[in-house]
Design a protein around this ligand. Structure first.
Ligand SMILES: [Zn+2]
Length: 268
């Protein structure tokens, strides 16, 4: 997660952000709905410290690092120490694997018509868009959470295999955008135990137990026939529960030990 790299090219995006290209990099770039790694760049050739705020790839596969310069300076040919924020990367990986589990659970609870329509995986939460024609009720959401968390608690192995597309299809691996894989000899299949197989290029944890608790935080419509789920995992779930608890405590202080009963009284 730490590498030394030399600056091959540097361009100022604005007064704060510089775009840097190194001869090598330990950072994952933004791809397939997954945000890029974060981390630090320390200049070894002169005083200079920067924060990685984004990593993108060009159509030729060159990694362009967006660096917020915290102090000092950077110049072409400078040697730098590149360090990935490992805690952040693990949060992203937890959310990504959880996305696959929610996808699998949605297909069990709602039906096989559920297809991924998009996703956004960050270190804070995951967002999953899918085809379905009506809103989910509380019972369905609870079932999806139960199924996904069952696989988490079973602590199964998360495996990544490269294989020909035909074999992946035979296995029943889910592919979101068929087009992306056309013309490729080998595709990457990510399996979570035998509960989920998906074609995916993203980063994942190595056992499902590392995800911690998966909690769906909202469900909404984004366009005709497409729903969106937001969910949290791991320490972000703990943060979410603490916030929810604050609301309950506040309600208790206003409405009594049983805030629901207090509300009923108020309405009468
Ligand atoms: Zn994926």
């Amino acid at each position: 997660m730490q590498t030394e790299g030399q600056i091959l090219d540097l361009e100022a995006k604005d007064s704060v952000i510089k775009q840097l290209i190194f001869d090598r990099t330990p950072f994952y770039a933004e791809a397939g709905g997954q945000v890029a790694d974060g981390g630090k760049v320390e200049n070894l050739s002169r005083a200079g410290l920067g924060r990685i705020v984004g990593v993108k790839t060009t159509s030729r596969g060159v990694f362009v690092h967006q660096v917020q310069v915290v102090e000092g300076a950077f110049a072409v040919e400078d040697k730098c120490k590149l360090g990935v924020d490992a805690v952040r990367r693990r949060r992203i990986a937890r959310n990504h694997t959880a996305t696959h589990l929610i996808h699998a659970a949605l297909r069990v609870v709602l039906g096989k018509h559920v297809m991924q329509a998009g996703s956004r995986v960050s270190d804070k939460e995951l967002r999953f868009d899918f085809s379905h024609f009506e809103g989910l009720n509380a019972e369905e959401i609870a079932k999806i959470e139960d199924l996904a968390n069952e696989i988490v608690l079973a602590d199964v192995l998360v495996k990544t295999q490269e294989m020909p597309l035909v074999r992946a299809k035979e296995m029943g691996a889910l592919a979101h955008f068929d087009e992306e894989y056309k013309g490729k000899d080998l595709v990457r299949v990510v399996s979570v135990g035998d509960s989920s197989q998906e074609l995916c290029g993203g980063t994942h944890i190595s056992r499902s137990g590392e995800i911690g608790l998966i909690k769906i935080t909202s469900e909404e419509s984004i366009s005709s026939g497409v729903r969106r789920i937001h969910a949290v995992t791991g320490d972000n779930t703990l943060g979410w529960l603490r916030e929810a608890d604050k609301v309950v405590l506040q309600l208790r202080s206003e409405l009594g030990d049983d805030p629901l009963e207090g509300l009923r009284k108020l309405r009468r």
